[in-house]
Design a protein around this ligand. Structure first.
Ligand code: ATP
Ligand code: MG
Length: 347
């Protein structure tokens, strides 16, 4: 029996809810092999008592049946999940090293939140800022696809996840931690806990702007996110269609209730312009513009339906990477970045 052999065996134990194992997550701090006794020391940062318990049981299930192992002792140090607001277990915290946090939200799904979040992040980075993008959607993570990155991130010595990088951005997504095609089936309080843990355990280090791509809707998860980290402002994405506007209204009112500032509305898929220059208002005309005026929030931009935007979103090179003089949608995102920098300056 050697410590290396035990570590290898422990790679079969996964961190609950993640596809990664506890060894690669860096939780196994020490393994001692003495005659007739193997001692494994783990450190876990969580507030969820079930997680160490489950890991404890699974470690025993893997190690106990090994031949000639003798007694197995699993010691677990449970540390509180890190928060900036030391001492308080509830309440918002700022993320250490991150100057501004911007959330991109919508009431309705599929209106282009991820597209807006990704391209805003790219345009902010192009303006010289240090930018991170975090996909907070447990059920439909898309940042991995939009940036063509699929590696598993590594953990640092503090057990924080090190973000991946692409196009000069730091990227983090639930999608990076999940097995391909494995549907995540956490709901309710579990989903809330994962989300909190996820938000707090990424080593963003030094960022001017962190853009959060929220899942669609106005439920518990959205509330959890804005109550876990202190969001400087939210951008609400909508299409001009009435069904989307109704949900956008709900989103605005939810964020207002929890005192998260609304930076404004983005009207996406506002029109389609054919080669001859004629505009077709496929989802209705200027719904976002009217809604913004009705709700007394700024309209931050109107984005047409654009094939290059969709293609580039699917192929890992967001449209905002295109020179703004060559693509109208890229130009809108670069203007949006300038607006955000003016509203939320960093020093
Ligand atoms: N202006 C646009 N022109 C063309 N295609 C677009 C535009 N905006 C978004 N799309 C495309 O529409 C689809 C949905 O967009 P996206 O994934 O950004 O929406 P979402 O609001 O994040 O969706 P979900 O609610 O599922 O998270 C994507 O395939 C995207 O490429
Ligand atoms: Mg999305």
């Amino acid at each position: 029996m050697t410590p290396d052999f035990i570590r290898e065996a422990l790679r079969q134990v996964r961190y609950p809810g993640f596809s990664r194992d506890i060894v690669s997550f860096g939780l196994v701090k020490d393994v001692k092999c003495e005659p007739g006794l193997v001692t494994v020391h783990l450190e876990i940062a969580t507030r969820d008592a079930k997680i160490p318990e489950q890991i404890f049981q699974e470690c025993h299930a893997i190690l106990d049946p090994l031949p000639d192992i003798g007694t197995v002792k699993i010691e677990i140090d449970v540390k509180d999940a890190p928060t900036a607001a030391a001492g308080s277990t509830v309440g918002k915290s700022s993320i250490p090293g991150v100057k501004r946090i911007i959330a991109v939200a919508s009431g309705k799904g599929g209106v282009g939140k991820s597209t807006v979040a990704a391209n805003l992040a790219v345009a902010l980075a192009a303006s010289g800022a240090k930018v991170g993008l975090c996909d907070c959607d447990l059920y439909g993570p898309s940042v991995a696809q939009m940036f063509g990155v699929n590696e598993r991130p590594m953990a640092n010595e503090q057990d924080e996840i090190i973000p991946l990088e692409a196009h000069g951005l730091k990227l983090m997504s639930m999608g990076f931690l999940l097995e391909d095609r494995s549907p995540v089936i956490v709901r309710g309080p579990m989903a809330t806990r994962y989300t909190q843990q996820f938000l707090r355990q990424v080593a963003w280090e030094d960022l001017d702007y962190l853009v959060l791509d929220l899942p669609p809707g106005t439920g518990d998860i959205q509330l959890t996110i804005v109550q876990t980290v202190s969001v400087d402002g939210t951008i609400i994405v909508t299409t001009p269609q009435e069904v989307a506007l109704i949900d956008a209204r709900k989103a605005v009112s939810m964020f207002e209730k929890v005192n998260v500032p609304i930076l404004g509305l983005i009207e996406n898929m506002a029109w389609f312009e054919c080669d001859a220059g004629k505009k077709y208002f496929i989802f209705g005309k200027e719904g976002g513009l009217r809604e913004a005026a009705d709700m007394n929030v700024p309209l931050l931009g109107q984005i047409p339906i654009d094939m290059e935007t969709r293609e580039r979103g699917d192929s890992g090179a967001p449209v905002a990477l295109v020179n703004p003089s060559k693509n109208k949608v890229s130009a809108v995102f670069h203007e949006l970045a300038a607006t955000i920098r003016a509203k939320l300056p960093v020093f």
